[in-house]
Ligand binder design. Sequence first.
Ligand code: NAD
Length: 237
Amino acid sequence: MTDIERLRDIVDRSHRIVFFGGAGVSTESGLKDFRSEDGLYREKYVYPPEYMLSRDCFYRHTEEFFRFYRDKILVGGVKPNAAHYKLAEWEQLGKLIAVVTQNIDGLHQAAGSRAVYELHGSVLKNRCTECGHRYDVEFIKNSEGIPRCIKCGGVVKPEVVLYGENLDEDTVAGAVRAISAADTLIVAGTSLTVYPAAGLINYFTGENLVVINREPVPASGALFICGKVGETLGKIK
Ligand code: NAD
């Protein structure tokens, strides 16, 4: 049996799949990940990307934060790929109970997925730090310098979890519930190095752990498929 046939067989037998993904799920849509050879961490900035996306940078160097954020994170014209669409299809078929993602790009919802736990928030949601008024992503894209609230003049902050900030408790609780209830966990496109998110896969006690990644990652006891996640899932009916 080839790895693809084994994955097909696992998917056929599963009724409660949970997909746990990272930045590698969206590289086939044209978004850079962080740690690959061509990832954002290999580019040169005044401060390293971890700092540019930190709480400290947001409050101390707000203008630089937004320059980096608009240039590198809010990349326009990006569409879901075969991985996003396949997961949405499995949810519709009643095979998949949830997507747990470290991504902040909103592409799972754009593909039609509904049960999505966004551990690191979403670029699509933004809020005034003073009055809480909500803004869409276009507001941030179209603003210049520091985006200011039209109601009170406060700084508008993306609802993404910056380095140095805590994950949302309800989102984590929902993700843990889903992973604990899964019969199959597919971990894909993640280096499994960003904690606490990466630790959530330890709640899995089901039958089949599948890892799909372009390079080896620290998850054991798995069917490991070394390849692209969109290409791989695209081959499964
Ligand atoms: P990471 O950059 O640390 O690791 C990505 C992994 O995916 C690497 O192991 C890489 O080899 C693999 N990969 C890349 N493209 C792939 C593909 N097409 N198929 C299979 N594997 C592929 O990403 P991470 O583990 O998600 O951690 C980075 C953090 O950065 C996350 O917390 C996430 O919030 C954030 N991030 C998000 C986006 C996004 O929303 N699209 C993009 C970059 C970073």
